[in-house]
Design a protein around this ligand. Structure first.
Ligand code: MN
Length: 167
């Protein structure tokens, strides 16, 4: 079975998208301030953050400040992914690619699809870049973080999730 990915729109102190890939039973996670782009020319800064439990991928709601610092969480996109990472033209596992600082994968989401790379920048273990591969799903004109703002889990906007209240 293909591993899961989820992108949670998280409106907290700062607005960002939490990009999470299931690797070795946990959700490896990056906070992406602007979210994923569908334009291969755009590099989106992605800050590596702590792993989350796999169960968290379905979480949507209003977090209390005591729990994870608060904020509103929406399941903005989700699906499965195929790891296609390589090291010197040899296929490697997602866990190996994570350690290498260069992951390549194909997303099968509702909003975001096709090839992406996550590449660690030199000199900072937490600073990565999320880049769309130039493939059939690339589209420089699409801007899904602006135009597709409803939850793929419940259809709710962030405002509606907030109105529905604290868990
Ligand atoms: Mn977050």
């Amino acid at each position: 079975m293909s591993p899961a990915f989820v992108i949670q729109h998280h409106l907290a102190t700062a607005d960002h998208y939490d990009f999470r890939l299931e690797i070795d039973g946990v959700l490896a996670s990056w906070a992406v301030p602007k979210g994923p782009s569908t334009d291969p020319r755009v590099r989106r800064y992605a800050k590596r953050v702590g792993d989350h439990d796999l169960d968290y991928r379905d979480y949507e709601g209003v977090l209390s400040v005591q729990r994870r610092g608060g904020g509103i969480v929406q399941v903005w996109d989700r699906g499965t992914f195929d790891n296609v990472s390589k090291r010197k033209s040899t296929a490697i596992s997602a866990a190996e690619a994570l350690a290498d600082g260069h992951l390549s994968f194909v997303l099968h989401g509702e909003k975001v699809r096709g090839g992406y790379s996550l590449i660690r920048t030199r000199g900072d273990d937490d600073a990565w870049l999320l880049i769309k591969k130039a493939d059939a799903e690339a589209d420089a004109r699409r801007n899904p973080t602006s135009t597709e703002n409803e939850s793929v889990l419940t259809g709710r906007t962030l405002e509606q999730i907030e109105a529905d209240g604290v868990e």
